[in-house]
Design a binder for this molecule. Structure first.
Ligand code: NAP
Length: 335
C-alpha cells in the first residue's frame, strides 16, 4: 500500500506512525504531510527517516492508496478534493463529513461493510467517545435492541490534541512550583478540576460533542436508539471513560451481558469487583481494546443495564480504528 498521513505532528498523527508499525501494516511507500509549521521536520518510521511535506493543492496524492487524515475539520473540507481526485481513499478523523449521507461512518466491529460504499472516496472515523461506546453497546444490541442510552463521559486532556495534553502537564508543574497557571486550550484550569463542556453549546443546551454521540451512534448502529450524553473533560492524560445506562427491549441480565462481552471482538471484560478489578484510564492507555467493567442491573429501570467503558481514545478512538478500517478493506479486497 502507498500510504499518506496528513497531520503527522499531531496527537493522532503520531499515533498513526506507532499503530502502522505495531501492526506491520503493508506499506510500500509512506508520505507525511503537515502545515508550513511542521513541513521539513523528520519522523522515524520502521528505522527510516521521513520528511514532512507541506499540504498543498497539487497532485501529491496521485498514486497514494489511502490517506489517513487528522488535521482538523477545516483542513479536511478544504483538501478533500485534492486528496481524493486521483482515487486515493481518504479516511478522515475530523467531524467534517461524519453525517454526510454519501460518507460511511465506520467502526469495523460494528459496521465494517459500510466502508465498501463510499461515493465520495471518503470514509469517516467517528468521534472518539462514540467509538468506544458503540463497540460496547453493539454487544448488548445483539442480545436485545437498545431503545435508549444515557452516558456520562470522563474525557482525557489529549482529546483536545497534543497541546491539550501539554497544557495539563504544565498546569500540574506550575501548581507544584507555585507559578502562574497557563490556561489556553481549555476554558478553565483543568488540573484538580472537571470541565462540563466539550465543544460548543447548541440551542437545546447540549454541546456539539454530546450531540455527536446521539447522531453518530444512530448512523453507525443503523438504529433508532436515543442517546443522552453529558461530556466532561477530566484531568487525565489519555483514555476516555464512560458510565453508560442502556434500556433494552427485554431485560438483559448482568451474567448474559458478561458472557457476551467476554466473547466480543475488540472488547476486554474486566469485571471483578471483589478483587477491585475494573478498567481505569491510567492502565488502559496505550492498549488496543475497549475495556468493560462494573456491569450490573440498573436498579432504577427494570429493563436497564449499566456498565463502565474505558478505551484509549487516541488509539481505538482515532488512529487504530482508522487503520482497522483500512485492514478491513484490504481483507475484503474492497480497495
Ligand atoms: N486527540 C484525540 O483524541 C482525537 C480523537 C479522535 C479524533 N480526533 C480528531 O483528529 C484531528 C487531529 O486531532 P489531534 O488531536 O491530532 O490534533 P493536534 O494534536 O492539534 O494536531 C493537529 C495536526 O493537524 C495539522 N494541521 C493543522 N493545520 C494544517 C494544515 N493547514 N495543513 C496540514 N496539516 C495541518 C498539524 O500540523 P502542523 O504541526 O504542521 O501545524 C498537526 O499535525 C482533529 O480533527 C480531531 O478532532 C482527535
Amino acid at each position: 500500500m502507498k500510504i499518506a498521513i496528513v497531520g503527522t505532528s499531531g496527537a493522532v498523527g503520531q499515533e498513526f506512525l506507532r499503530v502502522l508499525a505495531e501492526r506491520d501494516f503493508p506499506i510500500e511507500e509512506l508520505v507525511l504531510f503537515g502545515s508550513a509549521r511542521s513541513a521539513g521536520s523528520t519522523y522515524e518510521f520502521c528505522d527510516k527517516q521521513y520528511t514532512v511535506k507541506e499540504l498543498k493543492h497539487n497532485d501529491d496524492f496521485k498514486g497514494i492508496d489511502i490517506a489517513f487524515v487528522s488535521a482538523g475539520g477545516s483542513v479536511s473540507v478544504e483538501f478533500a478534493e485534492t486528496i481524493t481526485k486521483h482515487g486515493t481513499i481518504m479516511i478522515d478523523n475530523s467531524s467534517a463529513f461524519r453525517m454526510d449521507k454519501d460518507v460511511p461512518l465506520v467502526v469495523p466491529e460494528v459496521n465494517g461493510e459500510d466502508a465498501k460504499v463510499r461515493p465520495k472516496g471518503i470514509i469517516a472515523n467517528p468521534n472518539c467517545s462514540t467509538i468506544q461506546m458503540v463497540v460496547a453497546m453493539n454487544v448488548i444490541e445483539k442480545i436485545s435492541h437498545i431503545k435508549r442510552a444515557h452516558v456520562a463521559t470522563y474525557q482525557a486532556a489529549s482529546g483536545a490534541g497534543a497541546a491539550g495534553m501539554e497544557e495539563l502537564i504544565n498546569q500540574f508543574k506550575q501548581i507544584a512550583y507555585n507559578t502562574d497557571i497557563t490556561v489556553e486550550k481549555f476554558a478553565y484550569q483543568l488540573a484538580y478540576n472537571l470541565i462540563p463542556q466539550i465543544d460548543v453549546f447548541t440551542d437545546n443546551g447540549y454541546t456539539k460533542e454530546e450531540l455527536k454521540m446521539y447522531n453518530e451512534t444512530r448512523k453507525i448502529m443503523h438504529s433508532d436508539i436515543e442517546v443522552s450524553a453529558t461530556c466532561i473533560r477530566v484531568p487525565v492524560l489519555r483514555s476516555h471513560a464512560e458510565a453508560i445506562w442502556v434500556e433494552t427491549e427485554r431485560p438483559v441480565s448482568p451474567q448474559e451481558a458478561k458472557d457476551a462481552f467476554a466473547k466480543a471482538e475488540g472488547v476486554v471484560l474486566q469485571d471483578n469487583p471483589a478483587e477491585k478489578e475494573y478498567p481505569m484510564p491510567l492502565f488502559v492507555a496505550g492498549n488496543d481494546p475497549v475495556y468493560v467493567g462494573r456491569i450490573r442491573e440498573d436498579i432504577a429501570n427494570p429493563n436497564g443495564l449499566t456498565f463502565w467503558v474505558v478505551a484509549d481514545q487516541i488509539k481505538k478512538g482515532a488512529a487504530l480504528n482508522a487503520v482497522q478500517i483500512a485492514e478491513y478493506l484490504i481483507k475484503e479486497k474492497a480497495i
